[in-house]
Design a protein around this ligand. Sequence first.
Ligand SMILES: Cc1cc2nc3c(=O)[nH]c(=O)nc-3n(C[C@H](O)[C@H](O)[C@H](O)COP(=O)(O)OP(=O)(O)OC[C@H]3O[C@@H](n4cnc5c(N)ncnc54)[C@H](O)[C@@H]3O)c2cc1C
Length: 502
Amino acid sequence: MTDTALWWVRNDCRLHDNPVLRAAATADRLVPVYCFDPRLYGSQQYSEHDPFQYQKTGPHRAQFQRESVADVRATLREQNTNVLVRTGSPAEVLDELAASVDADRILTQRLPDPEALETEDAVRERVEPDTTVESRWIHTLYHIDDLPTPPADIDDTYTPFRKHVEANSAVRPTVEPPALPPLPADVGDDIAVGELPSLTDLDLSLSTPSADERAFLEFSGGETAAKQRVQEYIWEEDKLRAYKKTRNGLLGADYSSKLSAWLAAGCLSPRYIFEEVERYETERVANDSTYWLIFELIWRDFFQFQVAKYGGQFFARGGLQERDDIDWRDPSPEHNETVPSGALTAEQAFERWKRGETGIPFVDANMRELNTTGYLSNRGRQNVASFLVNNLRIDWRDGAAYFETQLVDYDPCSNYGNWAYIAGVGNDSRDRFFDIDWQANRYDAEAEYVTHWLPELNGLPPEHAHAPWTMTPDEQADYGVELGVDYPKPMVSLAASTDHLE
Ligand SMILES: Cc1cc2nc3c(=O)[nH]c(=O)nc-3n(C[C@H](O)[C@H](O)[C@H](O)COP(=O)(O)OP(=O)(O)OC[C@H]3O[C@@H](n4cnc5c(N)ncnc54)[C@H](O)[C@@H]3O)c2cc1C
């Protein structure tokens, strides 16, 4: 009997180290398919339960996804096959396609977050009972089945989790890309291969995100670009040997690996990076820095397994700690907050944070980089998140939802996990407050970063570039920067706005 399989490509846009594809490739007839789910783009709400009205995917990530699918398509074409592209809910698309090609199996990736699981369940419920849906966990460094304890029993604090896993588990070796059967003859004749939707088709107002010359790296989606970045960062630029020292940087292409977007879209397997690091350690040097990249990949794993453990609670207002003692301000327009005369409502404050117009240069520079490029350094993310939750006291989930729209490397577990951590409702009971003033002077001593993204502050000495409100009117006139005209006055006092933390 002929075995026909659909490979439902999700966040595994790659041929290397892809156990889902290997299993699918054993079929006699294989039809790869990628669905652009309209609920994830434009103005549609994901579900009626979704309290946030933000578009889930902004232009930076949508463009990256298009490129990732185009790249896998080009690679498959070299093997006489292809990836079908559809815009529609996966349940409807896969049901229809499975019926058209008489599929026995749908093979896909298992992701832990509730929305991804719901989507997978919807497919399982929708397709005919004689089509099975097989999902495999393939996106972490350590496999979920190789954890020393089931996810329900893992430690909620990173260090003991990491030590336990490192001592009692091993990273599985990568698997080779399989030989693929050609695309069945009826596909292409009777069944359309399908064109990639444009960003406008996806209800995004822009046709393409515009390139900005201030960006240091172009994030092009796809496995080809992902491997190129590994090659450049680790081998050609030889940056891995100093990663631990440079990773807190803010400016430039190479202070950190910048692999996150390819990892999130599954263009890159973390085990591939692991093996490249091992090879580098054998051929060049093994030191703290080479280990530290693995250490960070285990942070990524940690949040994936935490979501597998806590499910929806991980994303709730009180976080996995179920805290109800923090009075977060609600920035939604419907909230109608009353504030003393002259004070900003949460909605107004949130808008200024989003636009990078808080009047605190270190926050604004980071937000403008995020808005312009879709990427932000880890240090920058920590500071702007802390400012929103600790200084402005705005609901951490609104900040996380804004990042969800903007980030080219958005991943639900890493994003909400890091936000909850900083908000003090996640995997650490301590409040994670960042002293913005101290951070700015420590990590941007010469104010090169803030003036790169805030050219209006160019020419100010570092102490004023980080705190323009300290300039007298005469100094403002001398430097040609008038507060409230050329650059906003600070929306809050950094010191006074954290009194509640004491
Ligand atoms: C508020 C906030 C939101 C974040 N949202 C995301 C997100 O949506 N997607 C995302 O991939 N990362 C997120 N991070 C984690 C981290 O900032 C990025 O992974 C990192 O900046 C990406 O740059 P890089 O690839 O050069 O990282 P590197 O420093 O080179 O690290 C290598 C890899 O390790 C992983 N990693 C590093 N730090 C973390 C971390 N703290 N948590 C989880 N994984 C980590 C990433 O996969 C990263 O690509 C967030 C951090 C904060 C503070």
